[in-house]
Write a protein that binds this ligand. Structure first.
Ligand SMILES: Nc1ncnc2c1ncn2[C@@H]1O[C@H](COP(=O)(O)OP(=O)(O)OP(=O)(O)O)[C@@H](O)[C@H]1O
Ligand SMILES: [Mg+2]
Length: 220
């Protein structure tokens, strides 16, 4: 087999695998999410209209869950189509990060999350860089919520002449980066995203001393 043929077959295999994944997501996760939304709507309908404070709180929580199911459904569709996360189209990166921060504080009221954007760009940040930074921030915030038990977290987005930096800092319990479980995907996925764009992701953490995750991507 010639080198070209080999490369061609490798790409074909990759495309086939991608198509398989898209099908799985579409037929599996997306369908399930649609059913979750359906059941949540039914639950809302079944709540007594004037049921006092606990029914009011239940309604609020179910509405929030239904909205999240809807967002997750839209995200799976976008992922299948290879598109960027829909919030970026609606809001742009800075506002999308602010949305992430708001959602995180809503889920963990003891946690205060701030977003700071500094520097300016001559041209708009290319879509694929926005997507990568948003996805990295999303996983970093998910990790803070899940693992850090932090009181505060900051997202810093810094534009420079030739690079953009995203720094996520929390004051939580920290961890030893040498002891990351082999079956965890989050940090590996973030690192791969950064490297694909010729960037770098660095992690600084120590038990008892919070975590800082730093992503630097070169600008075109
Ligand atoms: N901000 C953080 N604070 C404390 N520990 C963290 C933080 N971020 C990551 N960790 C630790 O690093 C480990 C690896 O994180 P990673 O995101 O790769 O996997 P995960 O969150 O466990 O699972 P998933 O694959 O769903 O992301 C976590 O299990 C956790 O122990
Ligand atoms: Mg994770």
């Amino acid at each position: 087999m010639s080198a070209e043929e080999f490369a061609e077959r490798a790409i074909e295999a990759q495309e086939a695998e991608r198509a398989r994944l898209a099908r799985e997501i579409h037929d599996g996760i997306a369908q399930r999410l649609a059913s979750v939304g359906f059941h949540l709507s039914a639950a809302l309908g079944a709540l007594p209209p004037s049921g006092g404070p606990s029914a009011h709180e239940a309604r609020r929580q179910i509405e929030a869950a239904r909205e999240l199911a809807g967002l997750a459904f839209a995200e799976t569709r976008a992922a299948i189509a290879g598109l960027r996360p829909p919030v970026l189209d609606d809001l742009g990166l800075s506002a999308a990060l602010a949305g992430l921060a708001r959602e995180a504080s809503a889920r963990q009221p003891s946690l205060d999350v701030t977003v700071t954007v500094s520097g300016e760009l001559d041209a708009p940040l290319p879509d694929h860089l926005q997507t990568a930074l948003y996805r990295i921030a999303q996983e970093a915030v998910a990790n803070v919520l899940r693992h850090a038990a932090a009181l505060s977290a900051s997202l810093l987005l810094e534009f420079d002449r030739d690079r953009v930096r995203l720094i996520v800092i929390d004051d939580g319990r920290g961890f030893d980066p040498r002891l990351i479980p082999p079956d965890s995907y989050g940090l590996r996925g973030m690192t791969e995203r950064a490297e694909l764009l010729r960037g770098r992701l660095t992690l600084r953490s120590r038990p008892g001393d919070g975590t800082t995750l730093r992503t630097v991507l070169p600008l075109p």
